[in-house]
Design a binder for this molecule. Structure first.
Ligand SMILES: *[C@@H]1O[C@H](CO)[C@@H](O)[C@H](O)[C@H]1NC(C)=O
Ligand SMILES: *[C@@H]1O[C@H](CO)[C@@H](O)[C@H](O)[C@H]1NC(C)=O
Ligand SMILES: *[C@@H]1O[C@H](CO)[C@@H](O)[C@H](O)[C@H]1NC(C)=O
Ligand SMILES: *[C@@H]1O[C@H](CO)[C@@H](O)[C@H](O)[C@H]1NC(C)=O
Length: 373
C-alpha cells in the first residue's frame, strides 16, 4: 500500500514538473515571437535565412550609428522585418544594397520616420519605379540622399520635400523621364543635385524654382533637347551646370540669365549648332565654358561680351573653321592671365585662327566628379 502511494506521488510530481517546464517553454516561445515582431536587433538577426543582413558599427541595442544592409529577398512594406529597425533608432548613416535576388520597390518611409537622427540614406539596386510624396518622412536631420541605380522612372510632386538640412541628392543612373514642378520643395539648403544618365526629355519651366541655394546641377547623359531661361528660374546660387551628352541643338537668348553666379558650364557632345549672341548674357562670373564635340560652325561676334572672366574655353571638335578676333576680344584679357592655361599663347596676337591649330593646347576636360571632387 505504501509502495503504491509512493508511486502515485512520484507520478504526480513528475506531472507537475512536466507541466512547469512546459509552461516555461511556452512563455519563452511567446517572448521570442514578440521579440521577432518588435525588437529583434536589426544588427544581429540570428535567422540564417534572414531577408536582410545589416553590418553595424556598434551592434548594441540602440547603439549603432552606421548600418550597411543587404537585402536578399523581396520585402513587403508591412513586413515585420522593417520593424527590427526600431532596435536601432540612432542610426545616422543607413545604406541598403539590394542583392540580385532581393527586390525593393519603394522607399521604406515608415522605417525612415523612426530614424530621427538619420543623416545619410543610400539605396543601391532597388526597383523603385516612383518616389512618392514625402517619401523621406520630412526628416529634419537628413543631409544626403543617394539613390543611384534604382530604376526610378517618376518623381512625384513633393517627393523631395520638407527636408530642412538636405544638402545633396544623387539620382544617377536611373530612368527618370521628366522633372515636373513641385518635386523639389522645402529644401532650403540643398546644394547639389545630380541626375546624370537618366532618360530626361523634359524639364518643366520653373521646375527648380525653389532651389535658391543650389550650387551644383548635373544633368549629363540625358535626352534633353530644349533648355530656356525658364528652365533655370530660381537657381540664383548656381555655380556649376553640367549638361554634357544631351541633345541641345541651340541656345537661345538669355538662356542663363537666371543664374548670375554660374562659374562653370559644360555642354560638350550635344550636337549644338547655333548659339544666340545673347545666350550667355548675365554670366559675368563664368570662368569655365566647355563646348567641345558639337557642330558649331561659327560663333556670333558678341557672344562673349558679357563673360569677361572666362579662363577656360574648350571649343575642340566643332565645325568652326575660323574664329574672328572680334568674337574673342572680350575674353582676351583673362585668357592672357598667366595663372590660367589653355588658349593663351596661341590666341595672343591672333587674327583669324584655324581652330585645328589650337587643339593640342587645350587640357583634358573633366568629366567625372568623383575623381575630381
Ligand atoms: C527563406 O525565406 C524566404 C523569404 O522569407 C523564402 O522565400 C525562402 O524560401 C526561404 N528559404 C529557405 C531555405 O527557407
Ligand atoms: C551601448 O552604448 C553605451 C554607451 O556608450 C554602453 O554603455 C553600452 O554598454 C552599449 N551597449 C552595448 C550592448 O554595447
Ligand atoms: C510630411 O509632411 C506632410 C505635409 O505636411 C504630411 O502630409 C506627411 O504626413 C508628413 N509625413 C511624415 C512621415 O511625417
Ligand atoms: C577674319 O575673318 C573675317 C570674317 O570672316 C574677315 O572679314 C576678316 O577680313 C578676316 N581677317 C583677317 C586678318 O583675315
Amino acid at each position: 500500500m505504501a509502495r503504491k502511494l509512493l508511486l502515485l506521488l512520484l507520478v504526480c510530481t513528475s506531472f507537475l514538473v512536466h507541466d512547469v517546464t512546459g509552461k516555461r517553454r511556452k512563455d519563452k516561445d511567446r517572448e521570442k515571437q514578440s521579440l521577432s515582431e518588435n525588437t529583434e536587433n536589426v544588427c544581429e538577426i540570428p535567422d540564417p535565412n534572414r531577408s536582410i543582413d545589416c553590418f553595424c558599427d556598434k551592434a548594441g541595442y540602440q547603439n549603432a550609428s552606421d548600418a550597411t544592409c543587404w537585402l536578399f529577398y523581396e520585402l513587403q512594406p508591412d513586413s515585420v522585418v522593417w520593424g527590427y529597425f526600431t532596435s536601432q533608432t540612432n542610426i545616422e548613416k543607413l545604406k541598403i544594397n539590394i542583392r540580385p535576388d532581393g527586390i525593393l520597390k519603394y522607399v521604406p518611409t515608415w522605417v525612415l520616420s523612426q530614424l530621427r537622427n538619420l543623416k545619410v540614406f543610400d539605396v543601391l539596386y532597388g526597383d523603385i519605379a516612383e518616389i512618392s510624396p514625402y517619401a523621406f518622412a520630412n526628416l529634419s536631420s537628413l543631409q544626403e540622399i543617394s539613390m543611384t541605380r534604382n530604376k526610378i522612372i517618376e518623381l512625384k510632386p513633393y517627393s523631395f520635400a520638407k527636408l530642412p538640412k538636405l544638402t545633396q541628392v544623387t539620382l544617377d543612373d536611373n530612368r527618370i523621364t521628366e522633372i515636373r514642378r513641385e518635386v523639389f520643395i522645402g529644401l532650403p539648403v540643398l546644394k547639389s543635385l545630380y541626375i546624370d544618365r537618366n532618360n530626361l526629355r523634359l524639364i518643366y519651366d520653373r521646375a527648380f524654382l525653389h532651389l535658391y541655394r543650389l550650387e551644383e546641377l548635373e544633368l549629363n547623359g540625358n535626352q534633353l533637347s530644349v533648355i530656356t531661361r525658364d528652365t533655370f528660374m530660381g537657381l540664383q546660387s548656381l555655380k556649376v551646370l553640367s549638361l554634357q551628352d544631351n541633345r541641345i541643338k541651340m541656345l537661345g537668348e538669355y538662356t542663363f540669365n537666371e543664374t548670375p553666379f554660374l562659374a562653370e558650364l559644360s555642354m560638350d557632345r550635344n550636337g549644338l549648332q547655333y548659339i544666340n549672341e545673347n545666350a550667355f548674357h548675365g554670366l559675368s562670373q563664368l570662368h569655365r565654358l566647355s563646348l567641345s564635340e558639337n557642330q558649331l560652325k561659327s560663333l556670333p561676334n558678341n557672344v562673349f561680351n558679357d563673360t569677361p572672366n572666362i579662363r577656360f574655353l574648350d571649343l575642340r571638335d566643332n565645325s568652326l573653321s575660323m574664329l574672328s578676333s572680334e568674337t574673342v576680344r572680350p575674353i582676351m584679357e583673362s585668357l592672357k592671365d598667366v595663372s590660367t592655361y589653355f588658349f593663351v599663347e596661341v590666341l595672343a596676337g591672333f587674327e583669324n585662327v584655324s581652330m585645328r591649330s589650337l587643339r593640342p593646347r587645350v587640357p583634358d576636360v573633366r568629366t567625372d566628379r568623383r575623381t575630381d571632387r
